[in-house]
Ligand binder design. Structure first.
Ligand SMILES: Nc1ncnc2c1ncn2[C@@H]1O[C@H](COP(=O)(O)OP(=O)(O)OP(=O)(O)O)[C@@H](O)[C@H]1O
Length: 258
């Protein structure tokens, strides 16, 4: 349903040429939760921008539902790492969540309100409707960003290291939130992280990226039980085996490049 075929991205300008992504091919099935993990600077953000139609690839295609992505497609929503910059500080929480829905001209005000209510409830922020983002903790702000993305009712949710800037406890809570939202809404999720444990904990599948210029180094099916729990899942010997395997792959990619 989301297909990436032979994607390459070269940045060119001012006498400098950086091949960020060399040749990426993978498919995301409808309703799947896949994680992309790779070393810092390997082109994860570049890839997501190409998927979201924000950046034109140098070669290859991105197809959503069989249609080539050339501009931000209506069926996609993004959550970035920098929640502080992605929310408007002068808008209250509910208005931040409602803002993208206003682009859907055919949608009634009543429907917009229902979606805002539902998505804030989904992320556990019903009580924070009237707050401004700067009155909330980092973790709560990221919940608002997630609520805004899901209110849009996307087919595909792209998340770019969304929890890199929050503390460990909040991060664990937000990971569980992503799994719950995914299960409740049946949305397809592509979650990008440099954290191997996070990728294994969240994903049904993990795509391991090589160092830049990037290719898919390996794809692993994470056949851990669907009901995941921060304590029991992480203590499962298979969890440890997956993270060791991925760690080795990433180390191998670094050595291959050196
Ligand atoms: N606008 C740009 N112009 C030129 N080079 C760029 C540009 N954006 C990214 N790059 C280069 O492309 C490569 C991949 O960058 P990108 O930000 O996609 O990686 P990343 O995996 O998301 O990094 P990190 O894990 O550190 O967030 C890097 O070498 C980076 O310097």
């Amino acid at each position: 349903m989301l297909e990436v075929r032979g994607l390459q991205k070269v940045y060119e300008g001012a006498g400098r040429r950086v091949e960020a992504v060399r040749d990426l091919t993978f498919t995301l099935e409808p309703g799947e939760l896949a994680c992309l993990v790779g070393p810092s600077g390997c082109g994860k953000t570049t890839l997501l921008k190409c998927l979201a139609g924000l950046l034109a690839p140098s070669a290859g295609d991105v197809l959503l539902g069989g249609h080539k992505v050339t501009a931000p497609p209506p069926g996609m929503a993004l959550v970035f790492q920098e929640y502080g910059r992605s929310l408007y500080p002068w808008l209250r929480v509910r208005d931040n969540v409602e803002l993208p829905l206003r682009q859907k001209k055919e949608m009634s005000r009543q429907r917009r309100r229902e979606l805002v209510e539902r998505s804030l409830a989904e992320v556990g922020l019903t009580h924070a409707h009237d707050a401004y983002p700067w009155q909330l903790s980092g973790g709560m702000q990221q919940r608002v960003a997630i609520a805004r993305a899901i209110a849009y009712e996307p087919e595909v949710l792209l998340m770019d290291e969304p929890f890199a800037a929050v503390d460990a406890q909040t991060r664990a809570d937000l990971e569980d939130l992503v799994r719950r939202v995914w299960q409740d809404l049946g949305v397809t999720v592509l979650f990008v992280t440099h954290d191997i444990d996070e990728a294994v904990y969240l994903g049904q599948r993990v795509l391991v990226l090589s160092n830049s210029p990037t290719v898919v180094q390996e794809q692993l099916t994470i056949d851990l039980p669907d009901e995941r729990d921060q304590l029991t899942t992480r203590a499962d010997p298979r969890f440890t085996a997956f993270r060791t395997r991925i760690y080795e792959q990433i180390q191998a990619a670094k050595v291959a490049k050196a």
